[in-house]
Design a protein around this ligand. Structure first.
Ligand SMILES: [Fe+2]
Length: 271
C-alpha cells in the first residue's frame, strides 16, 4: 500500500515538474516563433521559477533592444524624408510647402479608401517625395517663369523616373521600395497620355493615381508669384471634368467628398 502510494506520488511530482518546465519552454518557443515573423512581444516572466525567469528576462532584453532599434530606424527614415523634402523646397521657394500639402491631400484620399495604416504611411511618404527628381532638373528650367520649350519640357518630364532612380540608391531599400511606383507614376493619366511610361487606367499604380489628384489640386489652388491660386470650387470643377481622362474618377469623387466633409467645398459644388 505504502509502495503504491509513494509510486503514485512520485508520478504526480514528476508530472508537476514536467508541466512546470514544459509551460515556460512552450511560451518561450511560441514567442520566438512570433519574433521570427517580426512580432516582437515581451513575455510576462514573473510567474516562473528563477532559472526560467532568468532565461525569459534575457529574451525580453533582446525584444526591448529590437523595439529600440525599430524606433531609431523609423526616426532615421522620417528625418531622411524630411531633409530630402526640405532640400527640394529650398531650391524652389515658390513651391515651398507643396510637398507637404500634397502629402496631406493624398493621405485624406487614402483614408477615404480605408487603406490600412501601413499603406497610409507609405502613401504619405510617397507624396512627400513625389517631386524629389526635380533636384536633377537644371535651375534655368525648373525656375523658369512662362512657357517652356519642347526641350525644356522634356527635362521636366524626366523628374518622376529620376526621383525613382535617386531613391532606388537608398540602403536598406526595404522601407523605400513601396514608395517607388507612386513616385514614378504620379504624372501618368487615365487615358494613357501621361509620362514617363504612358500607362493607362488600372495599369497606373494606386499611389500614382492618388498623388496625381492631390498634386493637381494643390497646383491649381496655390498662389504663385505670377498668379493667384484658383478658387476651390473652380479647381473641383476642373478635377470633375478630367474624371476618366486625366484622373481616376473614383479618386476624384473621394477627394471632393473629403473637401466637402472638411467644409472646404459646399455639398452642391461637390456633386
Ligand atoms: Fe511632379
Amino acid at each position: 500500500m505504502i509502495l503504491l502510494f509513494s509510486t503514485a506520488f512520485s508520478v504526480f511530482l514528476t508530472r508537476l515538474l514536467v508541466d512546470e518546465i514544459n509551460e515556460p519552454v512552450s511560451v518561450l518557443l511560441s514567442h520566438m516563433k512570433r519574433a521570427e515573423n517580426e512580432m516582437y512581444e515581451l513575455i510576462a516572466h514573473n510567474v516562473y521559477t528563477d532559472e526560467f525567469a532568468y532565461l525569459l528576462r534575457g529574451f525580453n532584453h533582446m525584444i526591448d533592444a529590437v523595439h529600440r532599434r525599430d524606433r531609431t530606424n523609423k526616426e532615421l527614415l522620417n528625418s531622411f524624408i524630411t531633409v530630402l523634402t526640405a532640400a527640394l523646397d529650398a531650391r524652389d521657394p515658390y513651391t515651398a510647402g507643396h510637398s507637404l500639402r500634397v502629402a496631406r491631400y493624398a493621405l485624406a484620399i487614402g483614408k477615404q479608401l480605408s487603406l490600412p495604416n501601413e499603406q497610409l504611411d507609405a502613401l504619405y511618404r510617397s507624396a512627400l517625395l513625389h517631386d524629389i527628381g526635380k533636384i536633377g532638373v537644371p535651375d534655368a528650367i525648373l525656375l523658369k517663369e512662362g512657357k517652356l520649350s519642347d526641350d525644356e519640357f522634356a527635362w521636366i518630364k524626366k523628374h518622376p523616373a529620376l526621383g525613382e532612380a535617386i531613391l532606388r540608391e537608398v540602403r536598406p531599400i526595404e522601407p523605400i521600395e513601396p514608395l517607388l511606383a507612386g513616385i514614378r507614376s504620379h504624372h501618368e493619366r487615365m487615358d494613357g497620355k501621361g509620362y514617363p511610361d504612358g500607362l493607362a487606367g488600372d495599369d497606373i499604380p494606386l499611389f500614382g493615381k492618388i498623388i496625381a489628384v492631390a498634386d493637381a489640386f494643390d497646383a491649381m489652388t496655390s498662389d504663385r508669384p505670377y498668379r493667384k491660386g484658383m478658387d476651390i470650387r473652380q479647381a473641383a470643377d476642373i478635377l470633375r471634368k478630367g474624371k476618366g481622362t486625366q484622373w481616376d474618377g473614383e479618386l476624384v469623387d473621394l477627394f471632393l467628398k473629403h473637401l466637402q466633409e472638411e467644409r472646404l467645398l459646399s455639398t452642391s459644388a461637390a456633386s
